[in-house]
Design a protein around this ligand. Sequence first.
Ligand code: G6P
Length: 368
Amino acid sequence: FLVEKGNHRHFMAKEIYEQPEVVGHTLTQYLDMAAGKVRLPFGDKIDWKGLSRLTIGACGTSYYAGLIAKYWFEKLARLPVEIDVASEFRYREAPLPEQGLALFVSQSGETADTLAGLRYARQNGQAILSVVNVPTSTIARESHAVAQTLAGPEIGVASTKAFVCQLAVFASLALAAARARGTLSAEDEAGHVQNLISLPGLMARALELEPQIEQLSHKLSRAKDVLYLGRGTSFPLALEGALKLKEISYIHAEGYPAGELKHGPIALIDEDMPVIVVAPHDALFEKTASNMQEVAARGGRIILVTDAKGAAECGIEPEATIVMPDMDPTFAPIVYALPIQMIAYQTAVFMGKDVDQPRNLAKSVTVE
Ligand code: G6P
């Protein structure tokens, strides 16, 4: 059916702006908000308690959503997770455990490598759960359980709203797993559910940062290379930020775990390379701040995405600071994804690129 751009210049902009709404919509399907509990639409179909391991496979932006989910499943549910891009996983001949669950993430539900990974896992005795945006897709049909993201049709080739909805689903799944595995008290679950409920409002506030980001993008558009850094769940966001910028502006970008800076990328730091640091004031903030200081000491240009406390305590003067609203750090990536997307979008638009149809890329890669 027909999807219109409305008042937006591009589908990507429309989809960025829809995010508070579609995340709210998705969460209503996974939470019993009044009771302060998670309630999965597919009930008790998954035996979280008996699981030995979770294997996650996906491609592109969906893979980065899976990488964030790994941190949540491990920390909240004490569930061991292994994750790989589907194009590697499908050929690796990885041994898969008894009582294992394999989770495949795909906006389209048709990505060839992800589907092949799913079939491999199925043949090797895994229960299959998929997180898809298209419930009639091949990946959904070949799964034992389906967790749908309610992002609505996504037209822009670079995924935005599907990504944050995948994260909202993963947050809910991780909490459900934690409850079933006895690693989360009812009180803590209620606290997390409350935090999830507050996300759409926080996302709406993050969108208000767009004028500042637009200014910033003019400078970024002159860069030849951009480095993105983060730790913990901000590391996959750094990867996603770099991917988005590459995809639509064609500026070379790399995402790195901030702690790996000294093992390579620090050699690249000079006055010409912007370094975008994703660092909410969480338990790892001080570690990331010391990496920022290393970059600053070498004349690097830092763009810091943080909150008020992080801005006050970073110990350097970044070239620009994007100050996000305060929030609990656990599910903060769902909100921090927005400035990351807007940086890429605004830079590409300023450069006159075709953001909805970037060269050489396809929305859905159904052949290998
Ligand atoms: C393509 C798209 C990306 C997407 C990836 C995986 O590369 O351009 O935006 O993240 O495929 O697609 P999927 O539909 O499986 O999430």
